[in-house]
Design a protein around this ligand. Sequence first.
Ligand code: ZN
Ligand code: ZN
Length: 358
Amino acid sequence: MNSGQKYLRSLLRRKSLDAVLFWSLENIRYLCGFTGSEGVLIYAEEEMIFLSDSRYEEQARDEVRGAVFRKFKKKIEGIARSLRSLGVKRLGFEASALSWESYRALKERLPRINLVPLVGQIALLRARKEPEEVEKIRRAIAIASEAFQDTLPRLKPGVREKTVGDFLEFRMKRRGGESSSFPVIVASGVRAALPHGRASAKGIEKGEMVIIDFGARHEGYHSDETKTVIVGKPESRQRKVYDLVRKAQEGAIRAVRPGESFRRIDNAAREVIDRAGYGKFFGHGTGHGIGLAVHEAPTVSPRGSGVAEEGMVFSIEPGVYIPGWGGVRLEDLVLVTDRGSEVLTYLSKDLKDNILKG
Ligand code: ZN
Ligand code: ZN
């Protein structure tokens, strides 16, 4: 039994549930191995039932482990039939994944079942990674890192952001990745002040800082990393802001250990930036969990709840974005170990290693 299944068993008891209905494909893949794009999973203590339509029958028989497969013609009816056969009276469901429409249809068909929305509890299901999951994330990181090295020689004055982004995505596939984790972000010069600046037709110019945020997917697992490079010799303000973000990132990474609260880990980065007078230029949280989804629990932010636990993998990615000037973000993925943390991403974030010849 993996940590996710243990977690679910105790959740069933704590909430006096007979079963949980899983709707999100990531959780379904996590619990029974199905990688297709349509299906639901009913998790009960005694058994798991995976339901899908005829298009996925063969795939389900091939992939699904630990659950019986049942085919449906009409989804809601299929679910209702299985719930009745299990004698479910209290059913937990993923509040963030089940649509209002499906909820209402289910309620109509099963008026006597008590539907219990699961919010925060269910988000933590996949938070602690098994060693095999960490290995997949490591592989995704290696693919992305190699692709990034392949791309660097093309990052020169005059080249368009989009050309750099497209090439990086292509190299991630070439290096064995299933896909890019998300459309690569390439934001140069003043555009680097946009935390999520999609690669545009803008040409990169000498002397500009360029934020590149990228990740690869391997066997469903994602990587996510951000480098900021400078095309040419950095001027003093660029150097200052870069070093500040690096110091903030190092502070947060040092704070990661089992039992430390996500708020304090966030604050370890935030206070460095605040003290330097740049607090208003760091508007987002410090990090997020990663795995089968690019963004998943936990949340490392001033609003984050809970503490780091061994096996969790999340990003540490502070940034400073100054409108009209530009910005810097540095992102690494960390694994919480028994006593502290291990930084999984390995491309250097030191300024000296990120100065490109202009
Ligand atoms: Zn990222
Ligand atoms: Zn990220």
